[in-house]
Design a protein around this ligand. Structure first.
Ligand SMILES: [Zn+2]
Length: 408
């Protein structure tokens, strides 16, 4: 058995903390661990021998739980590839069509792309990640197969959920439901969906198809809802009806949900209360260019709101980063979080709220949790976020994947 001990760290509240990891889980955590019984081998001595204890002297570094990416698209990225020159139109449908054309012309390798970006996420301290993967009548399961291979390659360290996502819409493209069905049978964990009004143009039929497929597979759903204003609220209403009718409480995530940011406070609070009752969680990218769901109202209502990049350097956007501390900074900027204790909320969006939203189990800094740990040189969460402090050590599922700032 390999044991890992981290000594001389500081918790987010500033107090001393030490952690003992056994079998990939946190076996002990507290202000100070008792002296280890086993023979020790310091980090840097090479791989620890059987029954050895690997010790990290954190030298006062700040300990955070593993970061959580609640919404990205690993399969689409051009991360690590030549720069993609974006000359796309500005409408949603322009971007969908542009991507389909690029995908057909470029011979994009979703397996290689997702592996490169998945490794970059790990090196930056993300240990849990939900990725949407394009499923449509042209790509079929090609992107899914690539991302499944990446999940297998990184399975000892990165806990990855795969969403089967119909990027091109469903109702207008015959055969898409069947491809989604096959994706869920093949290994996707979650059913994705897209704007039932704006893209599918028949919200009742669209959502009935979504919930029927989720019901068939007993899987959760995660829908991209870009629809603005009353159109988006109408889609929420139809979803709530179906969640309650089908007993899907706690199994629905709505990503983006821009429309919630357009409502006056009373209407937003009323809708959020209904979402809380239905166990609906939200994901935001905190985009500077769009209205966003009201963060504090969500927290008051008990609606989880997690942070995610969405696409990273793909045909949709040149932006994004596998550094979730950067996403936390975007959240801080978008929601005008300035006090240090307010930035704790931004960190919460890319840690605990992400785990809660995506149903990642055994998450956090407590005995029995999966040992996902990040150590940085910073006084507190606010400084870690604003400086995007380099990751000194990252432990993923008990494995040291970054040591003294170097990915190993
Ligand atoms: Zn997305």
């Amino acid at each position: 058995m390999t044991t890992l001990e981290i000594r001389n760290a500081r918790a987010l509240d500033g107090k001393p903390v030490e952690v003992r990891v056994e079998h990939g889980k946190i076996a002990a955590i507290g202000p100070s661990l008792p002296a280890s019984q086993a023979s020790g081998a310091q980090v840097g001595d090479g791989a620890p021998a059987h029954d050895a204890v690997r010790r990290i002297d954190a030298r006062g570094a700040l300990l955070m739980p593993g970061l959580v990416e609640a919404h990205t698209h690993l399969d689409k990225t051009t991360w690590g590839m030549p720069w993609y020159v974006n000359e796309c139109g500005s409408r949603l449908i322009d971007r969908i069509d542009n991507e389909r054309a690029w995908r057909a012309a470029s011979g994009h390798d979703a397996g290689a792309a997702s592996l490169a970006l998945g490794r970059a996420f790990l090196a930056a301290g993300t240990t849990r990640l939900r990725t949407h993967v394009d499923i449509d009548t042209e790509a079929g399961l090609r992107h899914l197969e690539g991302v499944l291979a990446t999940r297998e390659t990184l399975r000892d360290t990165l806990d990855m959920q795969i969403v089967a996502f119909p990027q091109s819409g469903v109702l207008d493209r015959a055969g898409t439901v069947e491809w989604l069905d096959a994706s869920l049978a093949r290994g996707a964990d979650v059913l994705g969906w897209l704007d039932p009004c704006a893209i599918d143009r028949d919200p009742r039929a669209s959502l009935d198809a979504m919930f029927a497929l989720a019901d068939k597979h007993g899987c959760p759903v995660d829908i991209h809802l870009h629809e603005p204003g009353e159109m988006g609220v109408f889609s929420f209403e139809l979803m709530l009806e179906r969640i309650l009718a089908l007993g899907m409480q706690g199994k629905v995530v709505v990503s983006h949900a821009f429309c919630l940011g357009e409502l006056d406070a009373a209407r937003a609070d009323a809708l959020l209360a209904r979402l809380a009752d239905a166990g609906v969680a939200l994901v935001t990218t905190a985009p500077p260019s769009r209205i966003v769901p009201p963060l504090m109202a969500c927290r008051r209502a008990g609606v989880p709101l997690a942070g995610g990049n969405d696409g990273i350097r793909d045909t949709w956007t040149p932006y994004g980063s596998p550094d979730m501390l950067e996403r936390a900074m975007m959240i801080g900027l978008r929601y005008n979080l300035r006090r240090d204790d307010e930035l704790d909320i931004a960190l919460d969006c890319v840690t605990h709220q992400g785990a809660r939203t995506c149903w990642f189990e055994d998450y956090g800094l407590h005995v029995g949790a999966r040992a996902d740990l990040v150590l940085v040189d910073a006084l507190n969460a606010a400084q870690a976020i604003v400086t995007r402090a380099p990751r000194r050590w990252v432990v993923a599922n008990g494995h040291v994947v970054v040591s003294e700032g170097v990915a190993v």
